[in-house]
Design a binder for this molecule. Structure first.
Ligand code: I3P
Length: 128
């Protein structure tokens, strides 16, 4: 296996496992398909990685894996996804390019922390 590279291109503010689905691409609605992603909040981006195969997520190193996709948070909007899912603890992220994602955790505190962290980055970018 690849050794873990400690140096990341931008500082990781938050990382963890969330349920995720993309619900729109360029303003066009997509069919929902929930899956588990490793989500990393770093710099101006929210980066999604495929769930690593095998055990020990603590041994997983984002710097040595290729992201599945990444979201530019500049101008993005984050809300609670009240009417967009039957699941609990869901947040709704919309980018300026019309891509929309739902992020969910079974633990309310976890999704609240993510909401706070993502909002913090969006607000900071709005001030720049
Ligand atoms: C969808 C699936 C999703 C569900 C979605 C369903 O069905 O059950 O989990 O979203 O609801 O359409 P399928 O697998 O057949 O595509 P939630 O779990 O977020 O409710 P929706 O159509 O009301 O968005």
């Amino acid at each position: 296996p690849l050794p873990c590279t400690p140096a990341l291109p931008t500082e990781v503010q938050k990382a963890g496992q969330l349920n995720r689905t993309k619900i729109a691409e360029g303003g066009r609605k997509l069919r929902k398909s929930w899956g588990v992603s490793w989500v990393v909040l770093a710099g101006n981006s929210l980066i999604f990685y495929k769930e690593p195969k095998g055990p020990a997520p603590t041994a997983w190193c984002p710097a040595s894996s290729r992201p599945e996709s990444s979201v530019d948070l500049r101008g993005a909007a984050l809300d609670w996804a009240r009417d967009l899912s039957s699941k609990k603890n869901v947040i709704h992220l919309r980018t300026v390019t019309g891509n929309e994602f739902l992020l969910q955790s079974d633990h309310e505190a976890t999704i609240q922390e993510w909401a706070r962290a993502i909002r913090g980055v969006i607000r900071q970018l709005d001030l720049e």
